[in-house]
Design a binder for this molecule. Structure first.
Ligand SMILES: NC(=O)C1=CN([C@@H]2O[C@H](COP(=O)(O)OP(=O)(O)OC[C@H]3O[C@@H](n4cnc5c(N)ncnc54)[C@H](OP(=O)(O)O)[C@@H]3O)[C@@H](O)[C@H]2O)C=CC1
Ligand SMILES: CC(=O)[C@@H](O)[C@H](O)COP(=O)(O)O
Ligand SMILES: [Mn+2]
Length: 417
């Protein structure tokens, strides 16, 4: 779609589908959209079960179509809209409807902000339909890697990273860099430096990890995010998923990605060039910045985020990662090197383990045990197409769920030999 005038400003409104509109990324996306009614039109929205929030979004943004996960939630929303005499919003339910809105010809831009592998198929549909895809849902890429990127290439979809680190890296790369077509070493780049805060337990004594609560794990020092990604930040599995995400987005080997602890989250990542230059992207930790960057790319628009105040900001610190504190990060880097089976298994096991931790079924430290055991079992599984991804994801979920029982009464995992 050509919507750039010769001055570089857009002349045509982007037609948006927001998958996961009720979550942290979804609501921040709508915050940016609200600032630019001349640039963006909301065509469709989706949520799992947050009917009250999506109802409010319907009133404000008048989408054409809305999808909820279950028929019960859809029915409830239909009744609420009818009570307001709103008849021009069609409400659907289920995973097929989610795919339909993501690939609809009424839409040119899809914000992929569903959490977890549940977002894979609609995001993949948007890619196959050649949309501009704003990728927040890192699990979709981690779980399908080369298959996802091959679909981007085949359809000519425009993939833009929302994850703050990957958006930062993209901003630090030469301006002609196209995601999916990167040749970083040939462009004079020697390393991608992926920054991570270390989460809420960066200085907690190791012996205390076993007793941390979901509330403590979700209290990220810098970012306000959904519960799943917050726990991933606390284990640093988030950085592991981002390591794999960086490999695919920037076509870069694991050896050329380095994780750097930066507790302030002011620098969102960096790119190191052969000549010794290091280019960093920085700003206040607010996802509206990368969202605005990708929504309007290559134009720059107001995001509503306050500029960084250099005279009233914490000093920047940098540290190496202590892998004893963050074994999940080591596991993810290893999975990245081992291949797709290991990455798909790691992601699926981690989703089961994090949910169990959030529901009080297992301890924080059990997350790693479930992840490690699951990766070991499925590491050699071949994954060559999207159906095999879905099938492996399903098998690993069943396996990881079966492991949960071992934790309700005993600390040590009884591993199947
Ligand atoms: N939050 C952040 O700052 C960042 C997030 N990301 C990534 O973005 C994605 C979204 O994260 P975040 O916004 O924090 O997550 P949230 O939990 O806040 O929101 C998730 C969204 O997905 C919907 N959803 C959940 N499960 C399903 C399902 N099974 N089917 C359909 N929709 C579903 C939720 O609906 P409902 O409200 O009804 O539950 C909600 O709209 C994740 O992949 C995360 O890793 C990446 C970088 C930063
Ligand atoms: C905002 C964002 O992109 C998150 O993924 C963030 O990176 C989480 O912080 P950590 O660096 O603690 O994982
Ligand atoms: Mn991130």
């Amino acid at each position: 779609m050509s919507n750039q005038s010769s001055s570089g400003t857009s002349t045509v409104k982007r037609q948006l589908c927001v998958l996961g509109s009720t979550g942290s990324i979804g609501t921040s996306t709508l915050d940016v959209v609200r600032l630019h009614p001349d640039k963006f039109n909301i065509v469709s929205l989706s949520a799992n079960a947050s009917v009250d929030i999506i109802f409010t979004q319907c009133i404000e943004f008048s989408p054409k179509e809305v999808v909820l996960a279950s028929p019960e939630h859809a029915k409830k929303l239909i009744a609420m809209l009818a009570a307001e005499n709103i008849a021009d919003i069609t409400v659907y339910s289920g995973s097929e409807a989610l795919i339909d809105i993501a690939q609809s010809s009424d839409v040119d831009t899809v914000m992929a902000a569903i959490v977890g592998a549940s977002g894979l198929m609609p995001t993949f549909a948007a890619v196959k339909a050649g949309k501009r895809v704003l990728l927040a849902n890192k699990e979709a890429l981690v779980t399908s890697g080369a298959i996802f990127m091959a679909a981007v290439k085949a359809s000519n979809a425009e993939l833009l990273p929302i994850d703050s680190e990957h958006n930062a890296i993209f901003q630090c790369l030469p301006s002609n860099t196209q995601i999916g077509e990167c040749q970083l070493l040939a462009q004079g780049i020697s390393k991608v430096l992926l920054t991570g805060s270390g989460g809420p337990f960066r200085t907690l004594p190791l012996n205390d990890f076993v007793n941390v609560t979901p509330e403590q794990a979700c209290a990220h020092p810098n970012w306000d995010m959904g519960r799943k990604i917050s726990v991933d930040s606390a284990t640093m599995m988030n950085k592991g998923l981002e390591f794999i995400e960086a490999k695919w987005l920037f076509n870069i080997d694991a050896e050329d990605i380095q994780v750097v602890l930066h507790p302030q989250s002011t620098i969102h990542s960096m790119v190191q060039y052969k000549d010794g230059s290091v280019i960093a992207q920085m700003g206040n930790p607010d996802m509206k910045t990368p969202i605005a960057h990708a929504l309007a790319y290559p134009e720059r628009i107001d995001s509503g985020v306050a500029p960084l105040d250099f005279f009233n900001t914490a000093s920047f610190e940098f540290q190496a990662v202590d892998f004893e504190r963050y074994p999940n990060l080591a596991l993810a880097i290893e999975a990245c090197k081992k291949g797709q089976g290991a990455c798909t298994a790691l992601n699926a096991a981690n989703e089961i383990a994090v949910e169990a931790f959030l529901n009080g079924k297992i301890k924080f430290t059990d997350i790693y045990k479930i992840n490690e055991t699951s990766v070991k079992k499925f590491v050699l599984q071949q994954v060559d197409n999207i159906n095999e991804v879905i099938s492996l994801d399903h098998q690993v979920r069943l396996y990881a769920t079966s492991l949960l029982d071992n934790f309700s009464s005993a600390d040590e995992l009884m591993v199947e030999k």
